[in-house]
Design a protein around this ligand. Structure first.
Ligand code: IMP
Ligand code: MG
Length: 171
């Protein structure tokens, strides 16, 4: 399948450093625990880069939500496949995801964490297709509305390992 690289590795890493610094500054005076939650599998690469650039004390955990199955078409009904193991109550939660598309998954997760007693819930995303303004609190890049792969993002489980972000042709 043809692809067009839209963000290269250096650009991504530099932007993640800036985002990490911004998050560190915003949370430096927090008097409650901070929990950063990686939404598997798409946010894996972004998450591991981001947490290396956070210089306040944070807990980390992972969760998995299914909404796309194995295709590129969302069924719009998120379900928790793997939950966090760390208790959410009384913590500041930063959800880290790969991309904000319709926003369905992240709105669902935000509600979920608030229901579990989180003090606050913010969203960090590598990419934003801008269909859902104001949902992302920390976003690396706005991106085209086409189908995006690489740096953790997949098309039917392919292309996640690319160290760059690309747009696929003909999807
Ligand atoms: P939502 O539509 O915002 O709920 O997006 C749900 C999930 O679909 C995201 O977290 C991604 O894992 C995946 N997704 C949405 N758009 C793309 C894309 O362009 N490429 C790869 N995955 C995507
Ligand atoms: Mg995802």
């Amino acid at each position: 399948m043809n692809k067009k690289i839209i963000f290269g590795q250096n650009v991504i890493e530099n932007k993640i450093k800036v985002l990490g610094q911004q998050i560190s500054n915003d949370y430096s005076k927090c008097n409650k625990d901070i929990l950063m939650v990686c939404v598997l599998n798409g946010a894996l690469m972004f998450f591991s880069d981001l947490i290396k650039n956070i210089d306040c004390d944070v807990f980390i955990d992972t969760m998995q939500v299914s909404s796309y199955g194995d295709s590129s078409v969302s069924n719009g009904d998120p379900k928790i496949v793997k939950d966090c193991s760390i208790d959410i109550k009384d913590k500041h939660i930063i959800i880290v995801d790969d991309i904000i598309d319709t926003g369905t998954t992240l709105k669902f997760l935000k509600e979920y964490f608030l229901d579990k007693g989180a003090v606050s819930v913010k969203i960090a995303a590598l990419l934003d297709k801008n269909n859902c303004p104001d949902l992302g609190d920390y976003v690396c890049f706005d991106c085209p509305k086409g189908f995006i792969v690489g740096y953790g993002l997949d098309y039917a489980q392919h292309y996640r390992q690319y160290p760059y972000i690309a747009e696929l042709d003909g999807i």
